[in-house]
Ligand binder design. Structure first.
Ligand SMILES: *Cc1c(COP(=O)(O)O)cnc(C)c1O
Length: 364
């Protein structure tokens, strides 16, 4: 068997090759490449999939985050609460506007530990950025109680949680804005960079729509100093194709992860847990292992590639040295960075590949 890679985006392409190629040709031949009918259609279809009134397509997930905070007026001097073990883009979405990230330790589901939020709230706190990490919905019941009690804004980082629900409500629709990435490896992936926000607030949708296009609603009439962050026609068209298959793609990943959960049996390995009330769309299947680095080496020697999401927590990264944190400030976050490991997971994984991964892990 060939080496098993952590992800195989080629398989996601070949399964629907004809549909993707037809759409790509259609867009190329249309002569219209930015802000056209594909984007408009994708925005409607994605809003509908997400049970949301509005969707605005953007150039990336990071843009969705920082533009969300920008239109909410959260910036210099403001504090935003976020979990410590997230991908660094979540934090950059906050700091690009001059706001300050206030980190909270994760819980046993790898999401924000809601029991540790209130102690971090000050007069400067303006918002909570909740990240539905690895594809599992966070504890939204408790988070909504807190945002209501303190009058905070709620932004959701749904870059890994396309379609995950809490108590039947889809992530991205709890707060003021839901921010999505369609980076190729995400559950709803484009063939390049792409992102979007969803919201039920007409004013927020309008402000983002204007902001993404140099601050202009009408060409050459600029209302605000905006940016260029447009989801192009080619990516929008290809995303429309993938979106029609997202349910079956998610179910397939659920099946792979169910078999992982049922068959991986090794006392050195802690399997992911699912919170009651939450669903998991399995962007990643993340285990914890105290001997993680030895496990990585062992799997690699046995032809299985893995990835660590994420080896350096944002508060210890060089980029955020200016915040003044040091090792030991967030012990759980730091412990997770040493323990977590994402097993290979992708649409089109064969039973043979999965059985080999399971057997190899069980022998570790
Ligand atoms: C991928 C990701 C982002 C950033 O999305 P890009 O499209 O790569 O800019 C933000 N937050 C999380 C949690 C992500 O996984």
């Amino acid at each position: 068997m060939d080496k098993i890679m952590p992800n195989r985006m080629d398989r996601g392409f070949y399964r629907y090759q004809r549909e993707f190629e037809e759409k790509a040709l259609e867009v190329l031949r249309s002569g219209w490449y930015v802000l056209g009918k594909e984007l408009k259609a994708f925005e409607q279809e994605f809003a509908s999939y997400m049970n949301s009134k509005y969707c605005v397509g953007l150039a990336s997930g990071l843009d969705a985050l920082w533009i969300a905070f920008r239109v909410l007026g959260i910036g210099k001097g403001d504090e935003v609460i976020v979990q410590g073990n997230t991908y660094i883009a979540s934090v950059m979405g906050i700091t690009m506007n001059g706001a300050v990230p206030v980190f909270v330790e994760p819980d046993e589901y790898n999401n924000i530990d809601v029991s540790r939020i209130e102690e971090k709230i000050t007069e400067k706190t303006k918002a909570i950025l909740v990240v539905h990490l690895y594809g599992q919905a966070s504890n939204m019941a408790s988070i909504m109680e807190i945002t209501e009690k303190y009058g905070l804004r709620l932004v959701e980082d749904c870059a890994q949680s396309h379609g995950a629900c809490f108590n039947g409500k889809v992530t991205g629709t709890f707060g003021d804005v839901g921010c999505f990435s369609f980076y190729p490896s995400k559950n709803l992936g484009a063939f390049g960079d792409a992102g979007a926000i969803v919201t039920n607030d007409e004013k927020i949708a309008e402000d983002v729509r204007i902001f993404r296009n140099y601050g202009s609603e009408k060409r050459y009439y600029n209302k605000v100093v905006g940016t260029n962050s447009r989801l192009d026609e080619l990516q929008a068209g290809l995303l429309r194709v993938r979106l029609t298959h997202l349910r079956e793609l998610t179910e397939e990943k659920e099946g792979i992860c169910r078999r992982y959960l049922e068959n991986i049996n090794n006392e050195k390995i802690e399997l992911p847990k699912i919170r009651s009330g939450a669903t998991h769309i399995w962007h990643q299947f993340v285990i914890h292992c105290k001997e993680r680095d030895a496990l990585v080496k062992y799997l690699d020697e046995n032809g299985i590639g893995t990835i660590i999401h994420y080896p350096i927590p944002p508060h210890l990264s060089e980029a955020y040295r200016y915040l003044g944190y040091k090792e030991g400030d967030f012990p759980i976050t730091e412990q997770y960075a040493k323990e977590v490991l994402s097993l290979p997971l992708y649409n089109g994984m064969t039973v043979e590949e999965e059985n080999y991964i399971i057997e190899t892990i069980n022998r570790f």
